[in-house]
Design a binder for this molecule. Structure first.
Ligand SMILES: Cc1cc2nc3c(=O)[nH]c(=O)nc-3n(C[C@H](O)[C@H](O)[C@H](O)COP(=O)(O)OP(=O)(O)OC[C@H]3O[C@@H](n4cnc5c(N)ncnc54)[C@H](O)[C@@H]3O)c2cc1C
Length: 450
């Protein structure tokens, strides 16, 4: 053991400090700043977007009620879709969608597909929306520790190229996905015995996506797995941005990304498996004759780690039954998509109706000036299989940022704010808190998406 003591500079005293600039963190920081709070956002990466951008690409899952394609998350999610050119300004709420452009879904609902959100467009849109909201952004800055006393976060200790620095916010919002801030501040947390596996995505150019190709890719992987040439793998789930390239969600590594050795191994094994798959496809499929391996990463992504225990724990039953709750701050709507850590290929993803995510799931037990939002909010492992996804995380972030600003202005703790005032502010900002009446929704013109 090393006992180490050092005097650190306090580099900032913001009203609201958002730790982690993923989907939840962007929503939280923009909402807090727009609500008049002096807001700072820090992230360990050199760009925002979390696993949306740090794993090359993902869909905006949780955005719609799949029965009708009607949006169930609004607010900053719509703004990001507009900024990326995915929907026309003002048109977002009026359309029906299937934002998941994954080839499986193209097959099921060809009329409803809109393009996937390109991660490079997402990075630019995130930089812009944060800057315009007046958020002070510091990239390459990682939370390293927290000083908490009497149920309050006093200082967040961060590490960056300037060394160790302290930030002293009135309210902190933990959007690190792993609940780093809450856990290090002493909040209770849980971890499933079998966590969802990590995956390293990779992108291949000069190959044209098609349904047949997806089936062929799956067959080649299955045969290699049966011959013992390939270990655990997922799907594969191919998706495209240009129609002339494919990124694959196909590697699977069981482990815990809060254990540094596990995350390192997920990168090393992920790269080896990605290249193995690429070589197998090149060897067995004509469609890959000209194919070129562009990139993997930037990092292997984690679907599940610490789940912070809050004033309420969202349950699988809440999700399956589409349960409404009085302190609803965002609607979840994605399927129960729990990737298995011990099985290759495709897994069941049972459909769920829209359900409430209560404000209480953003309140870590025992802390009065800390909120959590996104993947680390308070949910069982089963419920998190649905609530962890991108659009839902961004909606949770918007709720947390709005709540933090209300608490700052009132000089109160996060549990003292008025829920009806919070819900009113969210609705004013375009968030959707009730499942929309299908009859009011115009059907989008499918040609528009060409
Ligand atoms: C492989 C994979 C595929 C996925 N595919 C999809 C999909 O197709 N559709 C979908 O909707 N969802 C998908 N997801 C889920 C989705 O990406 C995440 O659940 C979602 O990004 C959660 O958002 P978040 O903001 O809570 O966390 P994250 O996106 O994890 O963001 C956390 C942010 O905090 C930063 N951070 C972490 N620790 C620290 C620290 N100590 N200090 C400073 N910064 C820190 C990170 O750099 C990151 O920017 C996928 C996830 C993975 C891993």
């Amino acid at each position: 053991m090393l006992n180490y003591s050092k005097t650190l500079p306090v580099v900032s005293r913001p009203d609201v400090l958002v730790c982690g600039g993923g989907l939840a963190g962007i929503g939280a920081a923009v909402a807090a700043a727009r609500s008049g709070a002096k807001t700072m956002l820090i992230d360990r990466m050199g760009f925002a977007g979390g696993f949306f951008t740090a794993i090359i690409g993902s869909a905006f899952d949780g955005f719609v009620d799949e029965r009708s394609g009607t949006p169930v998350v609004g607010g900053i999610v719509f703004e990001m879709l507009e900024r990326m050119g995915v929907v026309k300004p003002g048109q977002g709420p009026k359309l029906r969608y299937n934002v998941n452009g994954d080839l499986n879904f193209v097959e099921m609902h060809p009329e409803r597909v809109i393009p996937r959100c390109d991660p490079e467009r997402f990075k630019i849109a995130a930089d812009q929306i944060l800057k315009e909201a007046g958020v002070e952004v510091l990239y390459h800055t990682q939370v390293a520790d927290v000083v908490a006393k009497d149920g309050r976060v006093q200082s967040v200790i961060a590490s960056n190229k300037a060394g160790l620095v302290a930030i002293e916010p009135q309210i902190a919002i933990d959007c690190t996905g792993d609940g780093d801030v809450a856990a290090w501040a002493g909040a209770p947390f849980e971890k499933a015995e079998s966590l969802q596996p990590m995956s390293l995505h990779f992108r291949i150019a000069y190959v044209e996506p098609s349904f047949k190709l997806r089936r062929d890719c799956a067959r080649v992987l299955q045969e290699a797995h049966q011959r013992g040439e390939l270990g655990l793998y997922a799907g594969p789930y191919p998706a495209t941005f240009s129609g002339r390239d494919i990124y694959f969600n196909a590697t699977r590594y069981p482990g815990d990304n809060t254990v540094p050795e596990d995350w390192t191994e997920a990168e090393i094994r992920g790269r080896a498996d990605a290249w193995k798959m690429f070589e197998l496809w090149k060897e067995h499929l004509d469609a890959f004759k000209e194919a070129y391996f562009i990139t993997s990463g930037p990092t292997a992504g984690a679907r599940e780690s610490r789940r912070i225990v809050g004033d309420y724990v969202l349950t699988g039953e809440d999700v399956r039954e589409g349960r409404g709750q009085d302190d609803n701050v965002v609607l979840g709507a994605w399927r129960l998509d729990r990737h298995p850590a011990d099985k290759s290929g495709y897994h069941d993803i049972p459909w769920t109706p829209p359900y409430s995510i209560p404000y209480r799931t953003l309140l870590p037990q025992g802390l009065e000036n800390l909120l959590v939002a996104g993947r680390c909010h308070s949910a069982t492992s089963e419920a998190l299989a649905s609530s962890r996804v991108t659009a839902t995380a961004m909606g949770m972030g918007q709720a947390a940022g709005t709540a933090a600003a209300l608490a700052v202005h009132a000089g109160e703790g996060t549990r003292d704010i008025s829920i009806s005032e919070l819900q009113g502010k969210l609705t004013e900002a375009g968030c959707i808190l009730e499942v929309p009446d299908e009859a009011e929704i115009e059907v989008g013109d499918p040609d528009w998406y060409e």
